[in-house]
Design a binder for this molecule. Sequence first.
Ligand code: BGC
Length: 256
Amino acid sequence: MKRFEGKVAIVTGAGSGIGQGIAKRLGCEGAKVIVDYVGNPDGAQETEAAIEKAGGQGSIVRADVTRMNDVKWLVDSAWEQFGSADILVNNAGMEKKSEFWDTPESDYDQVMAVNLRGPFFLTQTFVRRLRDAKKTGRVINISSVHEDMVFPGFDSYCCSKGGLRMLMRNLAVELGPLGITVNNVAPGAIATPINKALLEDKPKLDALLKNIPLGRMGTPEDVAGVVAFLASDDAAYVTGSTFVVDGGLMRNYREQ
Ligand code: BGC
């Protein structure tokens, strides 16, 4: 028996990068997966195809986590199509680079809406259904090493991820009595589209790689393995924590 058989997972931002890796992993291990996307229908189809190829079931839903109607529609879709929603992976995220002095209001609003407001209200909608159905569940937020570590030029991103860290801690306490666990996975430098500019800038990339003790960028699969653990029965007693997946990046401060 596959370890997520009988479970339904919602993965936001599952059309590319880390979200795609997570959706594939959960689907290949037996979960029915709601493959959420916004801008990348081809990617979402690729995710669904990979899940089906492994004998699993996926369903693509286009929902923007910054819109309440979409958020409701996303959770309703899981219950209508698959009869439940047991695992929520708040993965959809974005970053905008600018000097603090020059950050436009619209960039700040967009980053906070996708990275923090989205998970806040999607989790609220997700757990209301679980509470009404008297079911337990799992919430896993994909935050970042920057929920804790500074990242000059990405102030709104750091605010959103730091907020996600405190949201996770609060909700672990508030939702624990319902048997709902809440944890964060904090990736470091993972080779995905969010890092396109960095991946194309060799000197910057080489400098970053020097800071990573394991000597390479991470992959979506590296992150997906930890998410699968947190979604599994092995993590039944784990809540309120952040799991860093960064090849040692955060621990590697050195005076030059
Ligand atoms: C950011 C990347 C960055 C990495 C390591 C991630 O959260 O999205 O742009 O390279 O952290 O600093």
